[in-house]
Write a protein that binds this ligand. Structure first.
Ligand SMILES: [Mn+2]
Length: 365
């Protein structure tokens, strides 16, 4: 039996101040592409089942574009008669009863089995059962559902558990409403052929068990996520379990550290062929205030021509040995003005910054 497990596709996520040629946020479009790339792969693999372990959508109320896209893509699986088992994650689960869960849109879909109703669902097939535990807001209700799960396990069939949770402190996402799986219930995992987890954005097999896996996300939800293991998991269930992660191709994220005092020389070392369609973070370091004023962001962006987006970050030199005596005695405004005078050499620059600073302090008063 072949299964594909993917997760955390966050449709509707957008980031950075950049749009593509269709006027759609560049990163939002990247997430759609990652999703359709995975669906393309699944249609080639033709697995017996597909699992999605939550955060299909980035929000509980996604945009029309995100909803339309999801419907089109899931319909491709449905038409191919590949059953999809789906659970709600913390991002798409409504926090109040007043809101209809978005995953309800799949109710009338053939071959789609979605658990989103604040309770565990069991989807039964001929030789295999799927125990689908969606994100549940109430901690008390979760524990009840775990009890119900334990007593409902049918040991005569193959068994898959789907959850969107943090298992063990290492996988904490530090997000509002995330669910930490109770340690004293971890023995349950041994009762399943495979435990499909969502929530953590990197592919990961849990060391303590040999059948518990996070599929990871399909794209990067932040520029600090430099992992390349974005894609899906291919599972073979036979006499033993085989789990293999397949990465998909993503837009490149490139980071450059540039010594501002040696700008000309540093620029020459940049490999321009690498840049095409990449998202670039250019960190200018060794900057003093004068130099920072001289180097314009548009100048830096021009240097990385061909990149899809360039973010310029500046690191000013910290002057640690400068100390102000009697700091308490002066106002923040005076303290700041003193700082400007001591840091900016050029008189006219000094005047310009002081004028602007006075204006801003007046506004804040
Ligand atoms: Mn997520």
């Amino acid at each position: 039996m072949k299964l594909v497990h993917f997760s955390d596709t966050h449709l509707g996520f957008s980031d950075l101040d950049a749009v593509n040629s269709n006027g759609i946020n560049l990163r939002e479009a990247d997430f759609y592409k990652a999703f359709s790339d995975i669906i393309d792969e699944i249609l080639k693999i033709k697995p017996d089942f597909v699992l999605h372990t939550g955060d299909l959508f980035h929000r509980a109320s996604p945009t029309n574009r995100a909803i339309t896209f999801a419907l089109e893509q899931i319909a491709r699986l449905s038409r191919a008669n590949i059953p999809l088992i789906l659970i709600a994650g913390n991002h798409e689960a409504p926090k109040t009863k007043a809101l209809t869960p978005i995953l309800k849109i799949f109710d009338s879909f053939k071959n789609v089995y979605a658990a989103y109703g604040q309770q565990m669902e069991i989807f039964e097939f001929k030789d295999i059962n799927f125990y689908a535990l969606p994100h549940i807001n109430s901690e008390e209700k979760i524990l009840q559902e775990l009890e119900r799960l334990e007593s409902a396990i049918d040991l005569d069939k193959r068994r898959i558990l789907l959850m969107h949770a943090t298992v063990g402190a290492h996988y904490l996402m530090h997000e509002f409403g995330e669910w930490v799986f109770p340690k004293e219930k971890e023995h349950l995992f041994g009762m399943f052929d495979y435990v499909a987890l969502g929530h953590w954005h990197g592919f990961s097999g849990l060391k303590k068990f040999n059948n518990v896996y996070y599929a990871g996300s399909s794209e990067r939800t932040s520029s600090s996520d430099t992992r390349d293991d974005k894609g899906y998991v291919l599972i073979k269930l036979g006499n033993s379990l085989s789990v293999k992660h397949q990465s998909i191709k993503l837009r490149k994220f490139l980071k450059y550290k540039i010594d501002a005092k040696n700008l000309e020389k540093e620029i020459k070392n940049i490999d321009l062929s690498e840049l095409k369609d990449a998202i670039v973070e250019a960190v200018l370091y060794n900057l003093d205030m004068n130099l920072s004023i001289e180097i314009d962001n548009s100048y830096i962006r021009e240097l990385f021509k061909g990149a899809a987006y360039v973010k310029v970050k500046r690191e000013l030199i910290q002057n640690r040995d400068k100390s102000y005596e009697n700091v308490e005695a002066i106002t923040l405004q005076d303290y700041f003005f003193e700082h400007i005078k001591s840091e900016i050499g050029k008189k006219e620059d000094q005047e310009r910054i002081l004028t602007k600073a006075k204006e801003l302090f007046a506004m804040a008063d």
